[in-house]
Design a protein around this ligand. Structure first.
Ligand SMILES: C[S@@+](CC[C@H](N)C(=O)[O-])C[C@H]1O[C@@H](n2cnc3c(N)ncnc32)[C@H](O)[C@@H]1O
Length: 318
Protein backbone atom coordinates (compact mmCIF):
# COMPACT_ATOMS: atom_id res chain seq x y z
CA UNK A 1 0.00 0.00 0.00
CA UNK A 2 1.05 3.60 -0.44
CA UNK A 3 -0.27 6.95 0.69
CA UNK A 4 -0.83 9.48 -2.06
CA UNK A 5 -3.02 12.38 -3.07
CA UNK A 6 -6.59 11.75 -4.15
CA UNK A 7 -8.54 14.08 -6.50
CA UNK A 8 -10.96 15.36 -3.83
CA UNK A 9 -10.26 13.78 -0.43
CA UNK A 10 -6.74 14.90 0.52
CA UNK A 11 -4.37 11.99 0.99
CA UNK A 12 -5.58 8.43 0.71
CA UNK A 13 -4.26 4.88 0.86
CA UNK A 14 -3.87 2.88 -2.37
CA UNK A 15 -3.09 -0.76 -3.14
CA UNK A 16 0.22 -1.24 -4.95
CA UNK A 17 -0.28 -5.00 -5.45
CA UNK A 18 -3.20 -7.40 -5.59
CA UNK A 19 -4.67 -7.86 -2.10
CA UNK A 20 -6.70 -11.03 -1.49
CA UNK A 21 -9.94 -10.80 0.51
CA UNK A 22 -9.37 -11.40 4.23
CA UNK A 23 -5.78 -10.08 4.26
CA UNK A 24 -4.80 -8.22 7.42
CA UNK A 25 -3.43 -4.98 6.01
CA UNK A 26 -2.74 -2.97 9.14
CA UNK A 27 -2.24 -4.02 12.76
CA UNK A 28 -1.34 -0.84 14.57
CA UNK A 29 -0.97 0.31 18.16
CA UNK A 30 -2.40 3.69 19.15
CA UNK A 31 -0.46 6.95 19.26
CA UNK A 32 -2.86 8.45 21.75
CA UNK A 33 -5.89 7.02 23.57
CA UNK A 34 -8.49 9.16 25.28
CA UNK A 35 -11.30 7.95 27.51
CA UNK A 36 -14.77 9.33 26.88
CA UNK A 37 -14.51 11.24 30.16
CA UNK A 38 -11.28 13.00 29.14
CA UNK A 39 -11.36 16.54 27.85
CA UNK A 40 -9.36 18.69 25.51
CA UNK A 41 -6.57 19.71 27.91
CA UNK A 42 -6.05 15.97 28.63
CA UNK A 43 -5.56 15.33 24.92
CA UNK A 44 -3.10 18.20 24.63
CA UNK A 45 -1.08 16.92 27.60
CA UNK A 46 -0.88 13.45 26.01
CA UNK A 47 0.28 14.88 22.68
CA UNK A 48 2.87 17.10 24.36
CA UNK A 49 4.26 14.03 26.17
CA UNK A 50 4.79 12.03 22.93
CA UNK A 51 8.37 11.31 21.83
CA UNK A 52 9.45 13.63 18.95
CA UNK A 53 8.87 11.13 16.11
CA UNK A 54 5.40 10.16 17.30
CA UNK A 55 4.50 13.79 17.97
CA UNK A 56 5.52 14.61 14.38
CA UNK A 57 3.27 11.77 13.11
CA UNK A 58 0.40 13.28 15.10
CA UNK A 59 0.84 16.87 13.87
CA UNK A 60 1.05 15.69 10.22
CA UNK A 61 -2.46 14.22 10.27
CA UNK A 62 -5.35 15.90 8.46
CA UNK A 63 -7.83 18.06 10.35
CA UNK A 64 -11.32 19.05 9.33
CA UNK A 65 -11.59 22.64 10.52
CA UNK A 66 -15.05 23.01 11.94
CA UNK A 67 -16.37 26.49 12.67
CA UNK A 68 -15.14 28.19 15.83
CA UNK A 69 -18.64 28.75 17.19
CA UNK A 70 -19.08 24.98 17.45
CA UNK A 71 -16.19 24.86 19.94
CA UNK A 72 -17.05 25.41 23.60
CA UNK A 73 -13.83 24.51 25.41
CA UNK A 74 -11.98 27.83 25.61
CA UNK A 75 -13.52 28.88 28.96
CA UNK A 76 -12.38 25.55 30.43
CA UNK A 77 -8.78 26.15 29.35
CA UNK A 78 -8.90 29.75 30.51
CA UNK A 79 -10.05 28.64 33.96
CA UNK A 80 -6.92 26.56 34.52
CA UNK A 81 -4.46 28.87 32.71
CA UNK A 82 -2.16 31.12 34.74
CA UNK A 83 0.55 32.05 32.17
CA UNK A 84 1.08 35.41 30.45
CA UNK A 85 -2.04 36.57 28.61
CA UNK A 86 -0.19 37.11 25.29
CA UNK A 87 0.64 33.37 25.20
CA UNK A 88 -2.93 32.32 25.82
CA UNK A 89 -4.11 32.81 22.22
CA UNK A 90 -1.23 30.72 20.83
CA UNK A 91 -1.90 27.97 23.36
CA UNK A 92 -5.59 27.94 22.40
CA UNK A 93 -4.71 27.66 18.71
CA UNK A 94 -2.42 24.73 19.39
CA UNK A 95 -4.90 22.96 21.65
CA UNK A 96 -7.61 23.49 19.03
CA UNK A 97 -5.35 22.08 16.29
CA UNK A 98 -4.72 18.97 18.39
CA UNK A 99 -8.43 18.57 19.00
CA UNK A 100 -9.34 18.95 15.33
CA UNK A 101 -6.74 16.35 14.35
CA UNK A 102 -8.10 14.03 17.00
CA UNK A 103 -11.75 14.50 15.97
CA UNK A 104 -10.93 13.96 12.28
CA UNK A 105 -8.91 10.78 12.73
CA UNK A 106 -10.13 8.98 15.85
CA UNK A 107 -11.27 5.35 15.93
CA UNK A 108 -13.20 3.64 18.72
CA UNK A 109 -10.93 1.83 21.16
CA UNK A 110 -12.14 -0.88 23.51
CA UNK A 111 -10.99 -1.30 27.11
CA UNK A 112 -9.69 -4.65 28.33
CA UNK A 113 -13.28 -5.65 29.28
CA UNK A 114 -14.45 -4.96 25.71
CA UNK A 115 -16.34 -1.71 26.53
CA UNK A 116 -16.23 0.77 23.65
CA UNK A 117 -15.50 3.71 25.90
CA UNK A 118 -12.33 5.20 24.41
CA UNK A 119 -11.08 6.76 21.23
CA UNK A 120 -7.61 6.44 19.78
CA UNK A 121 -5.43 7.72 16.98
CA UNK A 122 -3.67 5.33 14.63
CA UNK A 123 -1.45 7.21 12.15
CA UNK A 124 -1.41 4.62 9.35
CA UNK A 125 -5.13 3.86 9.47
CA UNK A 126 -5.82 7.61 9.72
CA UNK A 127 -4.98 7.90 6.02
CA UNK A 128 -7.93 5.72 5.04
CA UNK A 129 -10.71 7.71 3.43
CA UNK A 130 -14.36 6.80 3.78
CA UNK A 131 -16.65 4.92 1.41
CA UNK A 132 -20.20 3.67 2.02
CA UNK A 133 -19.09 0.65 -0.05
CA UNK A 134 -15.83 0.03 1.81
CA UNK A 135 -13.25 -2.53 0.69
CA UNK A 136 -11.71 -2.89 4.17
CA UNK A 137 -13.03 -3.29 7.69
CA UNK A 138 -11.52 -1.68 10.79
CA UNK A 139 -11.89 -2.62 14.46
CA UNK A 140 -9.84 -2.17 17.62
CA UNK A 141 -8.91 -5.64 18.88
CA UNK A 142 -8.71 -5.24 22.66
CA UNK A 143 -7.02 -8.63 23.16
CA UNK A 144 -3.89 -7.31 21.43
CA UNK A 145 -4.58 -3.55 21.77
CA UNK A 146 -4.19 -2.99 18.04
CA UNK A 147 -6.41 -1.51 15.37
CA UNK A 148 -6.73 -4.08 12.60
CA UNK A 149 -7.68 -3.46 8.99
CA UNK A 150 -8.80 -6.43 6.88
CA UNK A 151 -9.64 -6.59 3.18
CA UNK A 152 -13.37 -7.26 2.67
CA UNK A 153 -12.92 -7.94 -1.03
CA UNK A 154 -10.08 -8.73 -3.40
CA UNK A 155 -8.43 -5.36 -4.09
CA UNK A 156 -6.68 -4.62 -7.38
CA UNK A 157 -3.45 -2.62 -7.61
CA UNK A 158 -4.14 1.12 -7.97
CA UNK A 159 -7.50 0.91 -6.14
CA UNK A 160 -8.08 3.26 -3.22
CA UNK A 161 -8.45 1.43 0.09
CA UNK A 162 -11.44 2.84 1.97
CA UNK A 163 -13.12 1.96 5.22
CA UNK A 164 -16.51 3.13 6.45
CA UNK A 165 -16.45 5.71 9.25
CA UNK A 166 -20.08 4.98 10.07
CA UNK A 167 -22.56 2.15 10.18
CA UNK A 168 -23.49 1.78 6.52
CA UNK A 169 -26.82 0.08 7.15
CA UNK A 170 -28.45 3.57 7.12
CA UNK A 171 -30.16 5.27 4.14
CA UNK A 172 -28.26 8.09 2.38
CA UNK A 173 -29.74 10.99 4.32
CA UNK A 174 -28.70 9.51 7.68
CA UNK A 175 -25.25 8.53 6.38
CA UNK A 176 -24.79 12.13 5.18
CA UNK A 177 -25.82 13.47 8.57
CA UNK A 178 -23.34 11.20 10.36
CA UNK A 179 -20.53 12.06 7.92
CA UNK A 180 -20.91 15.79 8.63
CA UNK A 181 -18.59 15.16 11.58
CA UNK A 182 -15.75 14.73 9.07
CA UNK A 183 -16.83 17.68 6.92
CA UNK A 184 -17.40 16.08 3.53
CA UNK A 185 -20.21 14.84 1.34
CA UNK A 186 -19.60 11.26 0.25
CA UNK A 187 -19.60 10.69 -3.51
CA UNK A 188 -19.26 6.90 -3.51
CA UNK A 189 -21.38 4.86 -5.97
CA UNK A 190 -24.05 4.24 -3.38
CA UNK A 191 -24.43 7.93 -2.44
CA UNK A 192 -24.32 9.11 -6.05
CA UNK A 193 -26.94 6.68 -7.31
CA UNK A 194 -29.32 7.17 -4.37
CA UNK A 195 -31.48 4.48 -5.87
CA UNK A 196 -34.95 4.23 -4.30
CA UNK A 197 -34.71 0.42 -3.92
CA UNK A 198 -31.45 0.79 -1.95
CA UNK A 199 -32.96 3.56 0.16
CA UNK A 200 -36.03 1.53 0.95
CA UNK A 201 -34.06 -1.59 1.90
CA UNK A 202 -31.60 0.34 4.06
CA UNK A 203 -34.43 2.17 5.81
CA UNK A 204 -36.01 -1.19 6.60
CA UNK A 205 -32.66 -2.67 7.65
CA UNK A 206 -31.96 0.25 9.99
CA UNK A 207 -35.20 -0.43 11.87
CA UNK A 208 -35.05 -4.22 11.79
CA UNK A 209 -31.40 -4.47 12.90
CA UNK A 210 -31.81 -2.19 15.91
CA UNK A 211 -35.03 -3.98 16.90
CA UNK A 212 -33.39 -7.41 16.51
CA UNK A 213 -30.47 -6.40 18.75
CA UNK A 214 -32.81 -4.94 21.36
CA UNK A 215 -35.02 -8.06 21.33
CA UNK A 216 -31.97 -10.34 21.62
CA UNK A 217 -30.78 -8.35 24.65
CA UNK A 218 -34.24 -8.75 26.21
CA UNK A 219 -34.31 -12.50 25.47
CA UNK A 220 -30.90 -12.92 27.10
CA UNK A 221 -32.31 -11.42 30.35
CA UNK A 222 -35.19 -13.90 30.52
CA UNK A 223 -34.90 -17.40 31.94
CA UNK A 224 -37.73 -19.08 30.00
CA UNK A 225 -38.18 -17.88 26.46
CA UNK A 226 -41.04 -19.68 24.69
CA UNK A 227 -40.34 -21.49 21.41
CA UNK A 228 -42.70 -19.20 19.46
CA UNK A 229 -40.67 -16.20 20.59
CA UNK A 230 -37.48 -17.72 19.13
CA UNK A 231 -39.37 -18.70 15.96
CA UNK A 232 -40.72 -15.14 15.55
CA UNK A 233 -37.26 -13.69 16.09
CA UNK A 234 -35.79 -16.13 13.60
CA UNK A 235 -38.27 -14.99 10.91
CA UNK A 236 -37.17 -11.37 11.39
CA UNK A 237 -33.49 -12.31 11.38
CA UNK A 238 -33.92 -14.21 8.11
CA UNK A 239 -35.60 -11.14 6.62
CA UNK A 240 -32.59 -9.02 7.68
CA UNK A 241 -30.15 -11.49 6.14
CA UNK A 242 -32.07 -11.40 2.85
CA UNK A 243 -32.10 -7.60 2.81
CA UNK A 244 -28.37 -7.56 3.55
CA UNK A 245 -27.70 -9.92 0.66
CA UNK A 246 -29.73 -7.72 -1.68
CA UNK A 247 -27.77 -4.70 -0.42
CA UNK A 248 -24.46 -6.56 -0.84
CA UNK A 249 -23.73 -6.17 2.88
CA UNK A 250 -22.39 -9.69 2.87
CA UNK A 251 -19.10 -9.06 4.60
CA UNK A 252 -19.82 -6.43 7.22
CA UNK A 253 -19.68 -7.77 10.73
CA UNK A 254 -23.26 -6.62 11.43
CA UNK A 255 -24.13 -9.59 9.25
CA UNK A 256 -22.01 -11.81 11.51
CA UNK A 257 -23.93 -10.51 14.54
CA UNK A 258 -27.26 -11.27 12.87
CA UNK A 259 -26.06 -14.73 11.78
CA UNK A 260 -24.98 -15.42 15.37
CA UNK A 261 -28.42 -14.41 16.68
CA UNK A 262 -30.07 -16.61 14.04
CA UNK A 263 -27.87 -19.55 15.06
CA UNK A 264 -28.82 -19.03 18.73
CA UNK A 265 -32.55 -18.92 17.92
CA UNK A 266 -32.37 -22.00 15.67
CA UNK A 267 -30.51 -23.89 18.37
CA UNK A 268 -33.07 -22.86 21.00
CA UNK A 269 -35.84 -24.22 18.76
CA UNK A 270 -33.85 -27.43 18.22
CA UNK A 271 -32.89 -26.88 14.58
CA UNK A 272 -29.22 -27.68 15.05
CA UNK A 273 -28.50 -28.27 11.35
CA UNK A 274 -29.71 -24.77 10.43
CA UNK A 275 -27.90 -23.31 13.45
CA UNK A 276 -24.67 -24.91 12.26
CA UNK A 277 -24.85 -23.24 8.82
CA UNK A 278 -25.37 -19.82 10.37
CA UNK A 279 -22.78 -20.28 13.10
CA UNK A 280 -20.25 -21.35 10.47
CA UNK A 281 -21.02 -18.35 8.24
CA UNK A 282 -20.67 -16.03 11.27
CA UNK A 283 -17.27 -17.51 12.12
CA UNK A 284 -16.09 -17.12 8.51
CA UNK A 285 -17.10 -13.45 8.44
CA UNK A 286 -15.45 -12.69 11.80
CA UNK A 287 -12.29 -14.38 10.58
CA UNK A 288 -12.24 -12.34 7.36
CA UNK A 289 -13.16 -9.00 9.01
CA UNK A 290 -11.15 -9.35 12.22
CA UNK A 291 -8.81 -12.34 12.08
CA UNK A 292 -8.69 -15.12 14.63
CA UNK A 293 -7.00 -13.38 17.56
CA UNK A 294 -9.90 -11.39 18.94
CA UNK A 295 -12.96 -11.76 21.12
CA UNK A 296 -15.42 -11.92 18.21
CA UNK A 297 -13.66 -14.91 16.66
CA UNK A 298 -13.45 -16.65 20.04
CA UNK A 299 -17.18 -16.14 20.65
CA UNK A 300 -18.08 -17.28 17.12
CA UNK A 301 -15.91 -20.41 17.50
CA UNK A 302 -17.46 -21.22 20.89
CA UNK A 303 -20.95 -20.87 19.30
CA UNK A 304 -20.04 -23.21 16.45
CA UNK A 305 -18.58 -25.77 18.89
CA UNK A 306 -21.76 -25.64 20.96
CA UNK A 307 -23.93 -26.15 17.88
CA UNK A 308 -21.76 -29.06 16.75
CA UNK A 309 -22.06 -30.71 20.16
CA UNK A 310 -25.85 -30.34 19.89
CA UNK A 311 -25.76 -31.88 16.41
CA UNK A 312 -23.65 -34.80 17.66
CA UNK A 313 -26.06 -35.36 20.54
CA UNK A 314 -28.97 -35.30 18.06
CA UNK A 315 -27.23 -37.80 15.76
CA UNK A 316 -26.28 -39.98 18.74
CA UNK A 317 -29.81 -40.03 20.12
CA UNK A 318 -31.37 -40.48 16.66
C1 LIG B 1 -9.25 10.20 8.63
S1 LIG B 1 -8.94 11.45 7.48
C2 LIG B 1 -8.59 10.51 6.05
C3 LIG B 1 -7.25 10.88 5.43
C4 LIG B 1 -7.18 12.26 4.88
N1 LIG B 1 -7.79 12.31 3.55
C5 LIG B 1 -5.76 12.77 4.84
O1 LIG B 1 -5.46 13.55 3.92
O2 LIG B 1 -4.98 12.45 5.72
C6 LIG B 1 -10.57 12.06 7.27
C7 LIG B 1 -10.70 13.24 6.34
O3 LIG B 1 -10.44 12.83 5.00
C8 LIG B 1 -11.37 13.42 4.10
N2 LIG B 1 -12.22 12.37 3.53
C9 LIG B 1 -12.34 11.09 3.95
N3 LIG B 1 -13.14 10.39 3.16
C10 LIG B 1 -13.59 11.23 2.22
C11 LIG B 1 -14.48 11.10 1.11
N4 LIG B 1 -15.08 9.95 0.83
N5 LIG B 1 -14.71 12.20 0.33
C12 LIG B 1 -14.11 13.39 0.61
N6 LIG B 1 -13.26 13.58 1.66
C13 LIG B 1 -13.00 12.52 2.45
C14 LIG B 1 -12.21 14.40 4.92
O4 LIG B 1 -11.60 15.65 4.84
C15 LIG B 1 -12.08 13.84 6.32
O5 LIG B 1 -12.26 14.82 7.32
Amino acid sequence: MEVRKTPNAGLGMFATAHIPRGTRLICESPLVVLSELADLPDLYRLVEALPAERAAAFWELAAYRRKAEEVDWIPAIRASYDGPSEDFEALCDRVLDAWLIYETNRFTVRSSNGARNKMGLFPKAARLNHSCRPNVFHRHNHYINRLTIHALTDIDPGTEICTSYIDIVHPTQERRRLLRHWGFKCTCDLCRSRNSANEHRRGKLETLVSRAKRDAAERSQKTNVPQWDHANALGKLEEILELMTEEELDEADTRAEILALAADCALAIGWAGMARDWALQALEIEERCLGSDGQEWEAAKARLDKVERALEAETGSG
